[in-house]
Structures are given as C-alpha cells and as structure tokens.
Design a protein around this ligand. Structure first.
Ligand SMILES: NC(=O)c1ccc[n+]([C@@H]2O[C@H](COP(=O)([O-])OP(=O)(O)OC[C@H]3O[C@@H](n4cnc5c(N)ncnc54)[C@H](O)[C@@H]3O)[C@@H](O)[C@H]2O)c1
Length: 321
C-alpha cells in the first residue's frame, strides 16, 4: 500500500502513534517539493491508495487522471475548495478534511490582524527599525467597538470568545445558530446587511463556495460603515480585490487585515502597495500545535478509510450520488 503526501506545512514526529500506524500499513512518501504541477502530481501519486494533499489544485481534469487505486484524498485543513469533490465522488474517491484542528491558531492570528489594523503595529515597528521614533496618527480602541462575524463556525466562535475579552460588542450571521453559545457570549443574530452597516470591524470566517465567492463586493462594501476594518483569515476568493483596493484607497475601508489571497502565491498584487493593507502569507494554521493536529487527523482519516473503518470527516457523501 502507498500513501503519498504533498503537504509540507503539516507534520507529525516519527514517534507519533498515528505516524507509526501509517508506516506500519503503507509506504509513506513525501513529495520533494510543494505546489506540484498537474503532471508532476499525477506522476507522483502513481500507485498511491491515499493522497494527503497540500495546496495542490485538484480540478476535474486532474481528478480524471488519478490512478484507479486512489481511494482517498485527505486534506490536512478545514477548507477543501481546491478539490473538485463531485469529480472525486464520480471516481469513487472519498475526500476528507480536518475540521477544528487549527481553530485556536487561526483565531489568534485573526485577533493579531484586528490589532494590526486598529493600532497599525507593523507601521510603527517599520519606523523603529528605520531608527525613527514617530508617534504620528491616532489609532482605535477595540473596547466598546462592534465586531461583526460572518460565519460563526469553529473559528468564528473562537474569535468571538477572544473579542469578548477585549470588550467588543458582538454581532454574527450564520445560517446555523448555536443558541447556547451565543447566549453565553452575548452574540446578537443579524442578517449580513445589518451586520455590515453596524460593525466597526467585519471578520470573515465562512467557507469559499459558489454562493460565497466575492461575497464582499462593491455593493456590500458600500453597505459597510465608513472607516470600518475588514478582516479575512478565511479565503481570498470571498473578497472582490478590485473593489477592495478602491475602498482602501479612498478610506471607505480604514484597513484590511488578511491571511489569504485569491491566487496563492499571489505574485505582485496592488494590495501589497497599499499602506492600509496588512497581509500575511496564509500562516493562520502555522503553529506547531495546529500543524500536528492537522496531519494527525488527515492521516487518521486516510488510514480509517483504507482499513474499511468509519470516517466522520468525509465531505463528499452526496445524497444525489
Ligand atoms: N487562514 C488559514 O490558515 C485558515 C485555516 C483554517 C480555516 N480557514 C478558513 O476559515 C474558514 C472557517 O473555518 P471553520 O473551521 O470555522 O469552518 P466551520 O465549517 O466550522 O465554519 C464555517 C461557518 O460558516 C457558515 N456559513 C456558510 N455559509 C455562510 C454564509 N453564506 N453566511 C454566513 N455563514 C455561512 C457555516 O454555517 C459554518 O458555521 C473556512 O473558510 C476555512 O477555509 C483558514
């Protein structure tokens, strides 16, 4: 049996019980590089029964070419928007994700992005590194401000817990509503339009899907409070970047804090030339703890499927398939 791994950002130590389970069942092979081309990927996974995939795009044309022996594509991540899960189902391949494995890491980073936008910390650090001691510019307290959370799932909730401790008022929009949790943290249920109009900080924590693609577009930016902060530690495709750049240039949006871009790696993008855009290179889950959790779950998913056991993280069990 062979397990092919193209994910380099999530790792387990060799003495970890799940890693030991994997190597006792199969040849576990790590790709030499990340971001394989489609041809390199197809070549690398020949003979593989399972693929632990990193940032590779697995669109329909790639899925059509994977070897017949491939039974599972397991993502060491929450998002699986780079895998065509319907095409995989047509070939009888289970696709799995690793929900909840990086929640704290991404929520911590989200708070960092909010603080960077509100206090412009990177700008001041840049100044002191240039041996300048400049205090210019007033910033913004978080306490008493309203945070609007779009997508109150695992990470959205963890952000709410943190923001509550900062004294922020909380609004959220999510089709699934956890009454107990929201009652405990005083989170008010709103629709997206109300949330955009009432929030000093809007933070996105929803998945990238057809209906959420460019959900923050020119029209919805227009509904935001003047001078609000926008945070995106979810997926770049949630935001129309052209409309965003215009809104940042004319200060309709005070600052944008993000961990994700629509294309990754993005190359030279206009956002990187704006002083009020603070962007990190998709490091949300990049803590030691999260990286181990993610690989542990991804490998366990794959091993359970290969051994014919129940796996609760399969995302492409469709009623119509
Ligand atoms: N930056 C990173 O490194 C990183 C790491 C992990 C996850 N993420 C991203 O963060 C996002 C959230 O992850 P999570 O673990 O909280 O997922 P989750 O599935 O627990 O939560 C997502 C929530 O969004 C809600 N939702 C779906 N469509 C919506 C809509 N139109 N309006 C409002 N809410 C909607 C869902 O009901 C769900 O509660 C995902 O996009 C994921 O890809 C990013």
């Amino acid at each position: 049996m062979k397990i092919a791994i193209t994910c380099h950002y999530a790792r387990l130590p060799e003495d970890h019980p799940v890693w030991r389970r994997a190597v006792s069942l199969a040849d576990v092979v790590l790709s030499k590089k990340v971001n394989l081309t489609s041809d390199e990927l197809i070549d690398f996974i020949q003979g593989a029964d399972a693929l632990i995939t990193g940032t590779d795009w697995m669109r329909e044309d790639v899925i059509k070419q994977v070897p017949d022996c491939l039974k599972v594509i397991s993502r060491p991540a929450v998002g699986y928007d780079r895998v065509d899960i319907r095409a995989a189902r047509k070939r009888g391949i289970d696709v799995c994700n690793a929900p909840g494995t990086n929640t704290d890491a991404v929520a911590d980073l989200t708070m960092g992005l909010i603080l960077n936008c509100a206090r412009r910390i990177p700008d001041y650090i840049e100044g002191t590194r240039a041996l300048e001691w400049k205090l210019e510019g007033k910033q913004m307290n978080l306490s008493g401000k309203t945070l609007g959370i779009l997508g109150l799932g695992s990470i959205g909730k963890a952000v709410a817990v943190r923001a509550k401790a900062f004294g922020m008022k909380l609004l959220a929009d999510d089709p699934i509503w956890d009454e107990d949790f929201c009652g405990q943290y005083g989170i008010e249920k709103t629709d997206m339009e109300t949330l955009l109009g009432a929030s000093d900080v809007v933070s996105l924590h929803l998945p990238l899907m057809e209906h959420t693609h460019h959900i923050i577009n020119e029209e919805n930016i227009g509904k935001m409070k003047d001078g609000a902060i926008l945070i995106n530690a979810a997926r770049g495709g949630l935001v129309d970047h052209e409309a965003l750049c215009r809104a940042l240039e004319d200060q309709k949006i005070l600052a944008y804090g993000a961990d994700v871009m629509e294309e990754e790696p993005p190359g030279d993008h206009p956002l990187f030339h704006l002083k009020n855009a603070y962007i990190t290179p998709h490091i949300g889950a990049n803590t030691l703890e999260a990286s181990q959790n993610m690989m542990q779950t991804a490998l366990t998913n794959a091993l359970d499927i290969l051994e014919g056991k129940e796996c609760k993280n399969i995302v492409n069990r469709f009623e119509d398939s």
